[in-house]
Ligand binder design. Sequence first.
Ligand code: GDP
Length: 444
Amino acid sequence: MAFEGLSERLQKTFAKLRGKGKITENDVKEMMREVRLALLEADVNFDVTKTFIKTVRQRAIGSEVLDSLTPAQQIVKIVNEELTKIMGTSAVGLNKSPKIPTIIMMVGLQGAGKTTSAGKLVKYLQEKDKARPLLIAADVYRPAAIEQLKTIGQQLNVPVYDEGIDHDPVAIVQHGLKQAQENKNDYVLIDTAGRLEIDDQLMDELAKIKEIAEPDEILLVVDSMTGQAATHVAEGFNDQLDITGVILTKLDGDTRGGAALSIRSVTGKPIKFVGSGEKLDALEVFHPERMADRILGMGDMLTLIEKAQQEYDDKQAEDLARKMQENSFDFNDFIEQMDQVQKMGPLDDLMKMIPGMANNPALKNVNIDPKDMDHLKAIVYSMTPAERQKPELLNPSRRRRLAAGAGRPIVEVNRMIKQFKQMQTMMQKMSKGNMAGMEQMLGG
Ligand code: GDP
């Protein structure tokens, strides 16, 4: 997962503020030194880091923060807002032409994931917009690139326009666009050539294609694993072509995340999508605010809620919200929730989206076995109806009875009851307002 190192370091830094009743200017300065190091280590651009630190420091030592009742939370909130800001504040969608076709030109260095991303984008547009796109193969220097695009076209059932490798790419684009007009394709994606590094010849060719195609969108594809280099590449392409957006690929393999944090500030152009795997469905819209939450270990409640909404109906959601508010969540609900959650996907992935959980050391390398859930259920089923409603009844002798009834060791019973109590507390906090994630992270 991206940002692992950064996330861990930032959270450690903020944890030090925990429990400090009063935070001084010196505490802030000390903390900002650590944040600065964490950002540089994550390969964030030097200037971006410098501006970021300056802004956060200024805001954090303002009297309304240090004199507030919850200075530590306020500071985390500021960091969260500023992280969001440097990544672009909110998601930016694709440009769309008022008349068909919308023309998208894909550019980038070799191996960045341009061809793959063109395919992912086609799939995304098919699903979101029921699009009928045409792909144009204009990378004539690598025969394999044309074949790769054709294979993707077959997989997604979209036409690929190509003239092999013996023609001028500018002419190919011209002919391809004509075909799209004739076939009334609503989108055209042009896969252009890449090089190992930026050179004049490549840029000339791309500029010519841009001139005749008049694209609505020039998407630069960059490999996030190259860190600072990705930011430089983005700067170079933007200077020459005035790109409209970025697709940041291979975020799944990038543990640092510097490119994601730098590109927007350095180029002024939004990251529109991120690639999170090799498969054609591994493309996500880039949401700066959700990314900032993930970095700060506040989880990604929105994504979690979106997943949950697919499983819960309104009545169930209302019931749960009421129980959270009344603090009447009992073991019967616990079982019901477990059933719902099991439908939502692998538990370990879900847990990481919960505020405070993403970098919880206890969750590192954790593999939650569906069997464990069954064991928990067996323990609950051994409870009497009264015990399920009033967990405080569970004294040591009752716990021993549960262990025997479920055929599980007593430590497991104790652990489950403890976890249940923690869950109750967390729910109470969550029902009190949206600062819960931060409060929990800072130990309330
Ligand atoms: P191009 O030369 O820019 O067209 O690059 P390709 O599309 O051929 O991609 C180069 C390699 O990167 C291929 O092996 C892809 O499967 C891989 N790749 C592309 N995007 C991603 C991604 O988001 N995550 C991962 N893990 N691999 C990717």
